[in-house]
Ligand binder design. Structure first.
Ligand SMILES: [Mn+2]
Length: 341
């Protein structure tokens, strides 16, 4: 088993109530050795949001992931799971799309604010939020909720953004006007404004604790935005190919964890190759393999510092027999401590 990075004794994690796993219970360790993490209390928050994407269908992502057995499979690992249901999201058909440079920005911001509140509440209850998208714009809300919870305790968080895309556009640079290409820019304070200021306290993450993993499709303007924001920890698919998933993840977690309470993990399923994850919002060739994806999640579990997890962009409309949602549940299980042996 890989040795977790050593943390300075004054590491913020020592004072974090919500992220700390609960005390071991009788159920710990009795599941045939498949669990590494001590049991957590997990709160599932569905956000059936598809206003940020042009292709429809990711609003059915939360259902597809639930149908694939999410709750039962997490409980089989010994975790306590509560499903909070779905956050209400306006239907695209019932709203005007607004300005073409950031379509449905108002409705998305409202939805993200509700998601942030729900995440904040879950952490306050000592639970680990598990957010199911929906398109990736939901992250502007969920990450804000995690960040705000720890900001109130004078702590900051890290962010691991695992994605084929950088999601670093702004309304000024976006070729499509789709807000799901903007959430990371919003969280780093580049805008668009209402989305960048959810709960009134942005920017929600600092560039030195923000890590992008698995990118392979970045617009020219996004490259500039990454530089402007000051994010230097970017691991492309080439880095994974050349240096291996293990090295990339160890470095990523070290950067996100440095001086923070822990990190939020935002997993866009389009990171994985369409061969294994065909049912995603924006498929791009050349993604992570099935095993690389699992390894990344297993390493996250080994370190034990994940504050919240979200899995986004599952699109059942173009999936094959729900296998992308099924893979999502498998990866969630690995992130929550499922081991092969
Ligand atoms: Mn994304």
């Amino acid at each position: 088993m890989p040795k977790p990075e050593s943390q300075p004794p004054n590491a913020a994690s020592a004072a974090v109530p919500a992220a700390l796993p609960g005390p071991p219970t009788a159920s710990h360790g009795v599941y045939g050795g498949v669990q590494t993490l001590p049991p957590r209390r997990i709160k599932i928050i569905g956000v059936p949001l598809d206003l940020g994407a042009s292709r429809r269908g990711v609003d059915m992502g939360p259902s597809a992931v639930r149908v694939a057995g999410l709750e039962a499979r997490l409980e089989a690992l010994g975790h306590e799971v509560r499903d909070a249901g779905n956050i209400s999201v306006p239907l695209a058909e019932t709203k005007p799309s607004g300005h073409q440079s950031a379509r449905y920005l108002k409705e998305i911001t409202d939805t993200c604010t509700r998601a942030a509140d729900s995440v904040l509440k879950a952490l306050g209850e000592g639970m680990t939020p598990l957010i199911l998208g929906g398109d990736h714009s939901v992250a502007a809300g969920s990450v804000s909720g995690v960040s705000e919870f720890f900001r109130r305790q004078n702590q900051k968080i890290g962010l691991i953004w695992i994605d084929a895309h950088a999601d670093m556009n702004t309304p000024a640079t976006s070729p499509s006007g789709n807000v799901h290409g903007m959430p990371l820019a919003a969280l780093l304070g580049l805008g668009p404004d209402p989305l960048a200021n959810i709960l009134g306290t942005g920017p929600h993450v600092s560039p030195e604790n923000t890590v992008i993993v698995g990118v392979r499709d970045i617009d020219a303007a996004e490259k500039e935005n990454i530089r402007r924001a000051g994010v230097t920890e970017v691991y492309t698919m080439r880095d994974i190919d050349e240096r291996g998933m293990r090295t990339v993840m160890e470095e990523a977690l070290r950067a996100a964890g440095r001086g923070t309470a822990g990190y939020h993990v935002s997993l866009d399923m389009d990171w994985i190759d369409p061969e294994d994850a065909p049912g995603v919002g924006t498929p791009v060739r050349g993604g992570a393999t099935y095993r690389e994806a699992h390894l990344a999640m297993e390493i996250i579990a080994d370190h034990g510092r994940m504050l919240a997890l979200e899995v986004v962009e599952v699109n059942p409309v173009i999936d094959e027999h729900n296998r992308t949602a099924d893979l999502a549940v498998q990866l969630i299980s690995s992130a929550f401590g499922k081991k092969i042996l």
